[in-house]
Ligand binder design. Sequence first.
Ligand SMILES: Nc1ncnc2c1ncn2[C@@H]1O[C@H](COP(=O)(O)OP(=O)(O)O)[C@@H](O)[C@H]1O
Ligand SMILES: [Mg+2]
Length: 296
Amino acid sequence: MACRASRNLHGAVTGGQHALATVAPVMTTSVSPVITLDRATRMFGATRALDAVSATVHPGQFVAIIGRSGAGKTTLLRCLSRATSLSAGAIRFGDTDVAGLGGRTLREHRACVGMIYQQFNLVRRLRVIDNVLIGRLARLSGWARWAALARRFDAIDVEAALRCLDHVGLLERVWQRTDTLSGGEQQRVAIAKILAQDPRVILGDEPVASLDVLNGRLVMDTLCRIARAAGLTVVATLHHVDYARAYADRIFGLRAGRIVFNGAPSELDDARLFEIFGEVPQSLPVADVDVLARTA
Ligand SMILES: Nc1ncnc2c1ncn2[C@@H]1O[C@H](COP(=O)(O)OP(=O)(O)O)[C@@H](O)[C@H]1O
Ligand SMILES: [Mg+2]
């Protein structure tokens, strides 16, 4: 399949401080594949949630998807992860048309796509370490997976999970119940969890929409640092244009299922915003923009 192992994520994230041997089978990863959308169309009854969307996402890019509610942003992410299928057109990861995947190859595809959600998608009553270990399940098979389901992970998996928590700056919270953490910290646990999954691509559906700007910035900084260090592609819907401007390499503007903007953040002027949203959306309050600006 398109996204096979060839490089070391932990080495990249940590600048090679950790020996590969100590994290071996999990933390080898490839550069993300080129993702190609070729007239991708998704119908729900008479609704064209995606309408002949054509675009390319290059390896290591951070692509922000913006648009009004109902524009098709979540549907696009769900088609990329193959949580749902296209009605027409194609999505390719490298040379692989994801429509052709099934059984084992579909499971492999889903395992190589890490998803972050607005509501974190963690088991709140479990300890932080257990939530991160759940990310490892996607990469285990056979007896190792059965053992893991009984919450008997190998020491190597636990060590990998600890390293992932270290990468997001939450090692000291490892034994804490997840619901005792703040929203921003929980989203960073969710990032550690997908890191433990050893993904080839990270998708985010409104990953910071539940957070205030300071925490949103912390989460986005963490996500970008890890993705850039590892050369991982991120495709994320972002509720606020200011986030897209501050973090994305490229922005796709969706309107009624169609891409009406595909360009650099610097090209996103008021006329383009009007085209995407049918109005010029309000900026964040000045103090919040200052917080975001300090990121760059
Ligand atoms: N499972 C579904 N069944 C029926 N209609 C859906 C389904 N998912 C999405 N839609 C419709 O597709 C369009 C795009 O939805 P969505 O991708 O969720 O938009 P966004 O994430 O931009 O708010 C909307 O009109 C929505 O009602
Ligand atoms: Mg949505």
